[in-house]
Design a protein around this ligand. Sequence first.
Ligand code: PMP
Length: 361
Amino acid sequence: MTSIKPQPGLMDIALYVGGKSHIDGVANVIKLSSNENPFGPSPAAQEAVKRSVHELHRYPSTDHAELRTAIAEVHGLEADRIICGVGSDEIITLLCQAYAGPGTEVIHTEHGFAMYRISALAASATPVEVRERERVTDVDSILDACTEATRLVFIANPNNPTGTMIGMAEIERLAEGIPEQCLLVLDGAYAEYVEGYDGGARLVEMRDNVVMTRTFSKLYGLGGLRIGWGYAPREVIDVLMRIRGPFNLSTTQLAAAEAAVRDRAYAEKCRDENTRLRAWLAEALAEHGVPCDTSTANFVLARFGDTEEAEACDAYLQGQGLIVRKVGGYKLPNCLRISVGDEASCRRVAYCIGQFKAGAR
Ligand code: PMP
């Protein structure tokens, strides 16, 4: 046994458990557990992946100039304030590495994304969990929790796994109210699903204490390739660029993301389908006696009577070849999070939940 000890706090990290992708003995599962785009990536992104194989003997770009320019043009942003990473996970990790550390605190909400806590602990900082109000981010509770030690406040808007979001006025109040040594991080992993919402990009441009993170894993259907980005004040970008790996994104990742972000027609089609099917699914579940919070993302949070019923339904769905997400780890043990799939998957999961509520076990 080695006598080398890891840094304090690291063994408090609970291993991140991703959505299940198979059920033993079941061939054709319907996976609705990881909030993926059921339609896959844009055909243009798929072509870019194929073309990239001819370049694999070369090192990739270190400055990601073409991808940053593409993101900037599409979203009307400034390219030199953009940083790209291995999923938005990497941007979250870099922010904690850069700004948190021993003796500092990192605030996240009660049902917030697990990586905030993991990245804070990995940086030897103390994660501080703040209550939500009715599963919605509560600005006053966050402001109350801020101390001299607070360095980062993470909120996802829309939030995962609740699907709820808060308005720009509330976000501005938060940015205004946090202490001056602190950065507000707006995680916009699901921002693309909200028509007309810029994820907080304009606020980043107006203030020096706000950062936005985004991903290609959700609407762009590229979760398997791992690409995310951040938009931040120039001083923050300058720090993050110094500490990230110089070749953190491969040639294939860069090519796919650039093609995906430029294919606006495909992205809009996927978003519109999600909006339509999400409304249908939430209504169908409500008719079966399973209410959902109003979701603004690509999943719904289905509420059951109690933990036992949610677990029994999860087991029943698995028996029918359907994988949804138990969110007990997020302290919502009576809920199941169900990604909005394609039409056939939505119909199937609604039908099976109806059967379960009618007494099937
Ligand atoms: N933020 C939130 C709120 C998420 O739900 C996820 C993915 N589950 C991420 C960030 C990370 O996404 P990725 O690393 O794939 O970009």
